[in-house]
Write a protein that binds this ligand. Structure first.
Ligand SMILES: Nc1ncnc2c1ncn2[C@@H]1O[C@H](COP(=O)(O)OP(=O)(O)OP(=O)(O)O)[C@@H](O)[C@H]1O
Ligand SMILES: [Mg+2]
Length: 475
């Protein structure tokens, strides 16, 4: 795979030296030494770089004054700045817009490391950009993401089900495997149903005594409190889909009425005389083994057999881990947009951790972990320290946040390699950033280099933030 670099340096001699260094390492490199030179490159070259290495001041102006324009023209590139005697406002701008920066003098090896990380980030940007377009297509066939064999089978089954009139079916799967998602796809992506209503009811969330009248409706005066006529979920779903979640929680006597409604395509309101004909597709979902429940007498066998004519079983994430490669960038892109963040790179060791975990809460758990990490991110790197897979919020961990008399919020650290931070809105992102750096400094005996390493950032970036937050660098 090709790797392309654009070097913007006022000092042509060192610019050429740098260019040769990277050319020897297989990079395609172009140089410019002025704002006009950058513009000419953008207008005349038909390739765009992965990485831009730049000085702040050029012969005919400051690059920061044109950065937004240039960044837009080279959309997937990552910018690394080499700074010298920069003032605070410039550094603030660089910290916000660049991949990273190095202060002069620096070791070549350091720049090499930054450059190779920036290359990976740039390639990831490209993928994320492509993915974000597809997130807009909610509840279409490809909203159920994955490419593993198990997922391909599910997708094929969805495809088949979209084109046929089915009166009832069941979606099976552990929590977070996408039962709700697939039910919505089966409605919204079906030419037969999409123009009708989709009505959702959760059988576990309704009191037993209310469930019948909620499902089938009631006539005025049918029972105490039934002041007027009520149209139930079945009637509301006429011409469309009724999605009955947690069907295993439905009382046995109601199961018999549900089966009759599915078979006859008719319902009767509670307290009503008349039968009402309906055209409703009933999609049920459960996380329990209904076959086993029916054998134990906890679920009606006849209803189970009626529903199981069309049965879609969704695989747990641990059996299709290769799909993480597609799911993770997609979910990051989604939360980047929602939270206005710009996470682009996932460090190798974080990938490893995510791939090795078994995800008992399946895609929902994965989404929650990624959401937390993206929200707490402070740049373009996926912050591995917020992944916290096994230990997060486990009951034997203590996390206390208290307001101090001077207004500062304290978070107690309960493990030398972790910090716990309240996510209840009591701390701003900036306060969290400051607190993390302060804690990491203390843990590392105020050794800036060690602290930078533990936060996976450069010494320059760390120094800059220590200054910005006015933090102590010794005991
Ligand atoms: N294959 C998938 N591709 C993309 N997103 C998915 C996939 N599976 C699940 N999700 C997402 O994960 C989250 C949880 O999915 P959903 O609510 O459909 O799970 P569920 O099986 O209904 O869980 P529960 O049994 O707890 O109700 C949703 O945001 C859903 O969009
Ligand atoms: Mg659900």
């Amino acid at each position: 795979m090709s790797k392309k670099m654009f070097i913007i340096k006022y000092d042509t001699e060192s610019g050429t030296g740098l260019a040769n260094h990277y050319r020897n390492d297989g990079w395609v490199v172009e140089n410019a030494s002025s704002i006009a030179g950058v513009r000419s490159f953008l207008e005349n070259e038909d390739w765009t770089p992965h990485v831009v290495v730049a000085n702040l001041g050029l012969t005919d102006g400051k690059i920061l004054d044109h950065l937004e324009e240039f960044k837009e023209a080279i959309s997937f590139a990552e910018w690394i700045f080499i700074v010298e005697d920069a003032d605070e406002s410039d550094l603030d701008k660089v910290d916000g817009m660049a991949y990273d920066f190095l202060e002069k003098p620096f070791e070549q090896k350091k720049l090499d490391i930054l450059v190779s990380r920036a290359l990976r980030a740039s390639r990831c940007n490209f993928q994320l950009e492509n993915y974000s377009a597809s997130t807009r297509k909610q509840y279409q066939k490809d909203s159920y993401v994955g490419n593993s064999e198990a997922v391909q089978e599910v997708k094929m089954m969805i495809d088949n089900l979209l084109d046929v009139e089915i009166s009832a079916m069941i979606i099976n799967g552990e929590t977070g495997t996408g039962k709700g998602l697939v039910a919505r796809i089966l409605h919204y992506a079906s030419d037969l149903r999409k123009d009708g209503p989709l009505v959702e009811m959760n059988c576990a969330g309704l009191p037993k005594e209310l469930m019948e009248s909620e499902m089938f409706g009631h006539e005025a005066g049918a029972f105490t409190g039934a002041k007027c006529r009520h149209r139930g979920y079945f009637e509301q779903a006429d011409g469309g889909t009724l999605f009955m979640d947690e069907i295993g929680e439905m009382p046995l006597d109601l199961q018999a009425k549900l089966l009759k409604a599915i078979e006859d395509k008719k319902i009767r309101r509670v307290g009503g005389e008349r039968e009402i004909s309906l055209d409703v597709q009933v999609i049920t979902a459960t996380g329990i083994d209904l076959k086993e429940a029916s054998e134990k007498g906890e679920f009606r066998k006849d209803l189970y057999h009626r529903l199981a004519i069309f049965c879609l079983t969704l695989p747990p994430l641990r059996e299709r881990k290769s799909d993480l490669l597609e799911l993770i960038p997609l979910i990051i892109a989604e939360f980047n947009i929602k939270a206005n963040k710009r996470v682009k790179t996932i460090p190798d060791e974080v990938w490893k951790e995510l791939m090795e975990y078994d995800w008992p809460g399946n895609v929902r758990e994965l989404r929650n972990v990624i959401e937390r990490c993206v929200l707490l991110s402070n740049g373009e790197t996926f912050p591995g320290r917020w992944v916290q897979l096994q230990n997060y919020c486990s009951p034997n961990q203590t996390s206390v946040s208290e307001e101090q008399p001077d207004g500062e919020r304290l978070c107690y650290v309960d493990d030398v390699n972790r910090v716990n931070i309240p996510l209840d809105g009591s701390m701003s992102l900036k306060e969290m950033d400051k607190y993390i750096i302060k804690t990491a400094l203390e843990h590392n005996g105020f050794n800036v280099m060690e602290t930078a390493r533990s936060l996976r950032t450069t010494r320059e970036t760390l120094r800059y933030r220590i200054q910005k937050y006015d933090l102590k660098t010794s005991q």
